[in-house]
Design a protein around this ligand. Structure first.
Ligand code: SAM
Ligand code: SF4
Length: 329
């Protein structure tokens, strides 16, 4: 088991398989002057799969493929298949903007990706384009259908709620999720990376989101059974239907005491907390011929240094220099 110095069990790894993206969401990536990792530093699928196997042998059982946009990585299905074959990995999931998902959903499901989170910040094509600076809303909607058709479950939508940009769609998005039978998570902007100030200028607190949902539903929101889960979202049931809504409020209500995760970047850096710059590069050791045991010792030592908590409220995010697109969200 991977245990950190605060007694937290780390059993979940988020792998940013690329820092490239086909969008430029203004709260995540600068529209110009993005500094990508050098191509030579990006790990091959075999290298990523080896590291993930070592994490699995140390006690990680759940892996999420993210990015940047993971579907712009050409060999994603091949990488997923390698991870899917690891006996200790019981849960393989994907976070995507959905733009290319219609084309790949079935192959990814076959490769072992069983669950998907799809970002959808707006159902209005103009607002969508303003946020993402590109992309085609219709392609994302086809991607959602394809994920359902491929049998991925659950399919979850992620909406980053921003005051004055898309907050008018809080209720519409709920209706959309209910109509399609998918879960929905509302996310507060987080102050991470060079876009921190731009995102936080539109911060919309989770408490207000919940209040609006309460008014819209005309009833109290009932915390969903097992609704806290291992992740950062708090889930609520809407009426008697199967759909759950979650809120992720990293700023107004941090969830660090139960944190179970670390992150691996596409260039082989192990990131211990979304709110700190601390990271340990595994790339040189991996490429320098280190044994599995040496790499495992490095991973164990890094995890022991996982910070106790982020302090987004205090720092305003200025200390986190790595863009969200490289961290994987
Ligand atoms: N490209 C994929 C996507 O957009 O779903 C995966 C990577 S993206 C970095 C993962 C998640 O992080 C998305 O749900 C995105 O909306 C969220 N995200 C990015 N920047 C954020 C920020 N500053 N605050 C809150 N969430 C953010
Ligand atoms: Fe790309 Fe996802 Fe960041 Fe948007 S949130 S720029 S889709 S990585």
């Amino acid at each position: 088991m991977l245990i950190d110095s605060f007694g937290r069990c780390i059993d979940y790894l988020r792998v940013s398989v690329t820092d490239r993206c086909n969008y430029r969401c203004f709260y995540c990536m600068p529209r110009t002057g993005v500094r990508f990792a050098a191509a030579a530093d990006l790990l091959t699928s075999e290298e990523l799969a080896r590291l993930i196997r070592l994490f699995a042998e140390l006690g990680v059982h759940r892996v999420r493929l993210t990015g940047g946009e993971p579907l712009v990585r050409r060999d994603l299905a091949g990488l997923a298949a390698m991870i899917g074959r690891l006996p200790d990995i019981v849960d393989l999931s994907l976070s995507t903007n959905g733009q290319l998902l219609a084309r790949h959903a079935h192959a990814l499901k076959q490769a072992g990706v069983t669950r998907v989170n799809i970002s959808l910040d707006s159902l209005d094509p103009k607002v969508f384009a303003r946020i993402a600076c590109g992309g085609d809303l219709r392609a994302v909607l086809r991607g959602i259908e394809a994920a359902l058709d491929a049998g991925m479950a659950p399919v979850k939508l992620n909406m980053v709620v921003m005051r004055g940009i898309n907050d008018q769609e809080i209720e519409t998005m709920l209706e959309f999720a209910v109509a399609h039978g998918v879960d929905l998570r509302y996310i507060e902007t987080m102050p991470v990376g060079p876009q921190a100030a731009d995102g936080m200028a539109h911060h919309y607190p989770a408490a207000l989101i919940l209040e609006r949902l309460r008014r819209h539903a005309g009833a109290e929101l009932v915390p969903a059974k097992g609704g806290r889960g291992a992740g950062p979202a708090r889930y609520y049931q809407i009426g008697s239907g199967p759909v759950r809504v979650g809120v992720i409020s990293a700023v107004s209500r941090h969830f660090c005491a139960g944190c179970n995760r670390v992150r691996l970047t596409a260039s082989g850096e192990l990131v211990l907390c979304l709110g700190h710059n601390d990271r340990v590069s595994l790339r040189e050791a991996l490429r320098g011929g280190c044994s599995d045991e040496t790499l495992k010792t490095m991973i164990r030592a890094a995890v022991m240094n996982k910070p106790e908590r982020h302090d987004f409220q205090k720092t305003g995010g200025e200390i986190v220099a790595i863009p969200m697109s490289a961290l994987g969200g």
